[in-house]
Structure formats: structure tokens, C-alpha cells
Design a protein around this ligand. Sequence first.
Ligand code: ATP
Length: 503
Amino acid sequence: QDDKFKKVISHAKEYGYVFQSSEIYDGLSAVYDYAQNGAELKKNIRDYWWKAMVQMNENIVGIDAAIFMHPTTWKASGHVDAFNDPLIDNKDSKKRYRADVLIEDYCAKIEAKIDKEVKKAAKRFGDAFNKEEFVSTNGRVLGYQEKINTILSRMAKSLENEDLADVKALIEELEIADPLTGSKNWTDVKQFNLMFGTKLGASAESAMDLYLRPETAQGIFVNFLNVQKTGRMKIPFGIAQTGKAFRNEIVARQFIFRMREFEQMEMQFFIKPGTQKEWYEHWKETRLKWHHSLGMGADLYRFHDHEKLAHYADAAADIEFKFPFGFKELEGIHSRTDFDLKAHEEYSGKKLQYFDPEENKSYVPYVLETSIGLDRMFLAVFSNSLQEEELENGTTRTVLKLPSVLAPVKAAILPLVKKDGLPEIARKIVDELKWDFNVIYDEKDAVGRRYRRQDANGTPFCITVDHDTLEDNTVTIRHRDTMAQERVKIDDLRDIIKKEVDV
Ligand code: ATP
């Protein structure tokens, strides 16, 4: 699995998808740049989301709020006081870790033991094996499970009570070692705020402390009444937005899974208080369907319902995706109650209420949030699409089976040879198709190599112009996934491509 992930990262670089930021200066940790193909894929994912959320829903509109916001915003939202990670340093290695992640990793190791027991038993019992029954009756497995539960609930309680000394005590009792050096010499646990600070204004006295937004949601909340009034929106309605967010993440690893500068696609849905349960279920299902609509396979997704809730939520679930390093959060669906709007009322002194004409009264709406990381979605799609196939002739081909709707380049137009007027016809096809799709012209190398290059690049169609084209205006169209080839009329190309790449 590590191997697969390494391949994903190197493929992303080799084919112009993702580069380390400022690479010539040895890069900047957890910051990445999207290259020529990556920028297209990212844009296509953003558009696919925007279309499903904004264009297809009469009662959802989109905005684009600024990254800088009045600093009081982050007091009201709770980020100044509560957007912290508990950190611990190892005194010997001088490495810094998230204390909760160290403890969770420790539990993951116990979980692996459970898995091992289950696998062993499954082998022993064969067809007669019933996993649930085994897990609920096997003493050893139950012991492991109980240990995990005790550790995690003690950690949750300590973090909730800000009892950081107990978090450290737990790490010491479990004898958790520095994963890199094995040292068990820890400092105290300290809270560390994840927001990036900066200053507005030139002179030292008048400069105002600002934060780079750690989420896009607050730009929606502070605009709630402006949008509702100018858009004459009636509850229930939603406001969507995509944009950059910034977090000073400590455990910044796993490529673009966790970055310090990333992009979110969020939608806040404003509802009548008391209806949040229904809407929560509605948006959980709707968002899962959106993921399934890409056709990558339903088994790649699962819900994870939160037991420990954030200060603003009364229910929360993640849609998890099977990344090369296991199931991890891809999107969050949160029932945020009226926490945010009420807090902004309190801090701004302005009313943020909706007049409900049906009920003939005003109230602060409840909010349901769907929040997905664009970069994480990129990683999900990209890593799952990268495949190596054994071909019948014994060779392997690397193919990036991106959903066609998301592929950066929809078709490559290839003249079989660089003479006899074939390049001119291929160029003409490019000029016709480029009004509708991102297409490219490629004449370098033998056609077989060009096919492989496009396979690895994720291009769903290759269109080859050959000598027969001169006679009958037909071309060969080759499908990336099946490698099947058909002879079609040049005039039909637009419709054939459109059918596959349009949503
Ligand atoms: P995590 O638990 O992974 O840190 P979170 O619960 O803090 O994520 P939210 O605040 O709910 O995340 O943000 C919504 C979405 O934004 C996440 O589901 C994820 O896809 C994305 N996201 C959050 N932090 C990052 C990051 N540092 N880099 C890339 N994407 C991120």
C-alpha cells in the first residue's frame, strides 16, 4: 500500500498534475502546486460539485467571499479559543507530534491485532465463519476492544476538560515512544492554535491582527442575511462556496491529503429549527449519491458517525474514502444548529434572523453543512484511477482511469504519420473540437507510444487520422479503458465525446 501511494505521488509529478511548492528551493512542507493537468482536474472537480450543488438546485446559490475577514469573526466562531491541536514534543528527538494522533496510532496497532485474530479464525473456520459472532464472543478480541475503548474515552474526556496533564499521563502509562527514534522522553502537552496570523495596515500602531480563514463557512454565515434578502431566498435554502482555507497543520504528511493551504467546497443549508434531523439524513444521502455518481464503485465509500461532537454541532458524520493508506475522511456533514448565526448576532450586535412568512414570525435558522476538501477529492479520484494492467501480450500498461467528466484532456488527436496531409486534418479536428472540449494534438513517437502516454495521462479518447481518412473522412477512435477501437465519421466525433464526458 505504501508502494501504491508512492506511485501515486510520482505519477502526479511525472504527468504534470501536482508539484511540490517552490521545489527549486527544496520545497515548502505540506504546500503543493497544481500543474498543467492538475489545474484542469481540480477545476473539473470544482465544476462538477458546483453544478450538482448550485446549478441543479433552485434554492442554493453560490458566493465568493474574501479570505480576510474581520478578526471578531474568529472570536465568534470559536476558532480563536477552540481551534487547537494538543501537541507534545519529544525531548530527545526534538520532534513535535499531535498527542491525540500518537494515542490513536497506538490504538490502531491494537486494532491490527484484532484484525489478525479475525483473519486467523476466518482461515480456520472457512465458510462457517461468522465475523460478528466471533468478535462478540472471543475473549481475547473483546479484551483488545475494551482496551481501545478505555484509552479513547479517557483521551476524549481529558481533551474535553482541557486536562492536558492527563493526556501526557496517558502517553506515559501506555509507554508510547517517538515513532522515529523510540525515545519515551516527552514534554508536557500544549494547545496550539491552527490559524495563521497576519497584519493589516502599514504602521505598527494602527496595524490590525488578522487571520487567514481556516474554513470558508464563516464567509457564508456573515453574508447570510444579505444573500437571503437580495436573492429573496425562502427557507429552506443553501449558500455554497469554494475557496482557499489555511491551517497550520502539525501532522502535515500524506501528500495533498493534509495541506497547510487547501481548498474547500462548502454548502450551508438554512432550515427551520426542529427540522435538522430530516435534513441531516437528506444531505448525508445526497452527498453520498454525488460521490457514487462518478462511478468509481460504492465500496470505496462509507459513513463514519461522530460520537464526539464539535462545539457547534448536534450531529456529524464523515463520508470516508478508501485512500491508498486506508479509509479516511473525505467530506463532513454537520448539523451546526444555530450556533454560528447566534454567535455572530451576539458579537456583532446585528440581528441575523429570518422572517418566516408561513409562520408569521422571525427566528435564527438552523444550519446543515456539507464540507468537502477539493484537494482531498482530487487525491481520492487520482489515486483510485491510477491502475496497472497486465495485458494479453504479457506487457503491463499504466492507465489513469479518471471519470471522463473529470479528465483534464478529453481527447488527443493523432496523425498516424507526419506527412501526406494527415497533420493538417488532425489540426483541423483539434480546431473544431476545442470549442467544446479540452483536446490536444500529438504527433511525436509511434502511435502505440502515444496511446500509452495518453492512457497514463487519463485521456479518455485518442483519435487517429490515417490514410483512409483522406478517402472517406473517417478516423479511428480508441477508448482508454477498454482499448477498443472503432471507425467513425469526423462529423460524429463531437457527439460521441459529448455523450461520454457530459453530465
Ligand atoms: P481532519 O479531521 O482530517 O483534520 P477536519 O474534520 O478538521 O479534517 P473539516 O474542518 O470538517 O475537517 O473540513 C472539511 C473538509 O476539508 C474535510 O473533510 C477535508 O476534506 C478538508 N480538509 C480539512 N483539513 C484539510 C487539510 N489540512 N488539507 C486538505 N484538506 C483538508
